[in-house]
Design a protein around this ligand. Structure first.
Ligand SMILES: [Zn+2]
Length: 186
């Protein structure tokens, strides 16, 4: 499974609805604007109910934390947690605390994330959706990038985020499916 940045599929919605947080003061995490860039699993067969938040700092001009957050709050591994296989920084834990509180208190934001998740899954499930071409290209580009080193730094970074994420994400999906299966048997 691969993850796709939300802004790649729905650039206009992402431009208007991607959350950013401005932190001020001397405490941790350091003062900066932080963008919460969303990635989702575009496999229409997979009911993972998750968003990956790639936290990018305006001051540092790089990704400083990667947060895994499940919408099914009763799931054991719902999170939010720092994704162990993705880029983190020395203050990723402090950022996680801030964003966990944000997710807890701003239910409208969580509903927005769920809506974005639903948009991605619906696009992926519909062969006639205009985003199908982008999904196919993204997948193909990812495979091509694994084989060649001649791409831009940005694309390489994006691919690294995605490919490094893969094993952890699969593990989570397995757990989620097992959990659901158990429930369904009762
Ligand atoms: Zn999935």
């Amino acid at each position: 499974m691969y993850l796709i940045p939300f802004e790649l599929l729905f650039s206009e919605i992402a431009r208007q609805e991607t959350r950013s947080l401005t932190l001020i003061g001397n405490q941790m995490p350091p003062a900066s604007d932080y963008g919460l860039l969303e990635s989702y699993c575009p496999d229409p067969e997979c009911d993972c109910q998750r968003v990956i938040l790639n936290i990018v700092s305006r001051n540092e001009q790089k990704q400083v934390a990667t947060i895994n957050y499940g919408f099914d709050r009763s799931a054991q591994d719902a999170g939010p947690f720092l994704d162990p296989l993705n880029p983190q920084s020395a203050f990723a834990g402090a950022l996680l605390a801030v964003i966990a509180e944000h997710l807890e208190t701003d239910r409208a934001y969580v509903l927005r994330l769920k809506a974005h998740y639903a948009l991605v899954k619906a696009a992926a499930a519909d062969p006639k959706h205009p985003s199908q071409q982008k999904l196919t290209e993204w997948k193909a580009e990812g495979q091509r990038l694994r084989e060649t080193d001649e791409r831009t730094a940005g694309m390489r970074r994006a691919l690294r985020v995605i490919s490094e994420h893969e094993p952890a994400f699969k593990a989570l999906e397995r757990k989620t499916k097992k959990h659901r299966h158990t429930n369904a048997k009762r």
